[in-house]
Design a protein around this ligand. Structure first.
Ligand SMILES: [Zn+2]
Length: 164
């Protein structure tokens, strides 16, 4: 059985075929893929192995099994938010009877959720409805700023502050 393959550009810029991982299991920290060559699980940590926390649409990796090391492609990462992934991770923790870790994961899910919420509310939303000033308002603001920062040239009605 040949399995699924993907065409990709190799390091010399030529198209080559590379096998796609058979199964995958994703979590907040890891992307677990079954090597299509040797059939063993390769656990890729998002921070130390993949160097990204962005969802992986498709990426070439090498099997982590010591004797295999064959290249393959991982695809179809979860696109859930971080807090959702932390909650989904709890089902596996419950199955393995890691109840304390499950509670910690839920607490971290709340932390990540509220961090995301505050970023959206205070960082992104204010710019969505940013006020667009008219030319007259900008000229008035410029004049007011000049009168505060350059009081002498403003009082003498000089056009620029270098003439005084
Ligand atoms: Zn392998």
């Amino acid at each position: 059985m040949r399995g699924m393959w993907s065409s990709t550009l190799n390091s010399r810029g030529l198209m080559s075929d590379i096998p796609i991982a058979k199964n995958r299991r994703t979590s907040y920290e890891n992307f677990v893929a079954v090597c299509p060559e040797c059939g063993r699980d390769s656990i890729f940590n998002r921070a130390s192995d993949l160097h990204t926390f962005e969802p992986i649409a498709g990426r070439e990796v090498a099997c982590l099994s010591g004797y295999c090391r064959k290249p393959f492609r991982i695809i179809n990462d979860s696109v859930n938010n971080a807090h959702e992934m932390l909650i989904f991770d709890c089902y596996e923790l419950i199955e393995r009877k890691h109840y304390m870790n499950c509670i910690l994961s839920l607490a971290q899910a709340y932390e990540v959720f509220f961090s995301f919420f505050f970023r959206v509310e205070f960082l992104y939303k204010p710019f969505r409805s940013a006020y667009r000033p008219t030319r007259e308002e900008v000229e008035a603001a410029l004049e007011e700023t000049r009168s505060i920062l350059f009081p002498l040239s403003n009082r003498l009605q000089l056009d620029n502050e270098f003439d005084w």
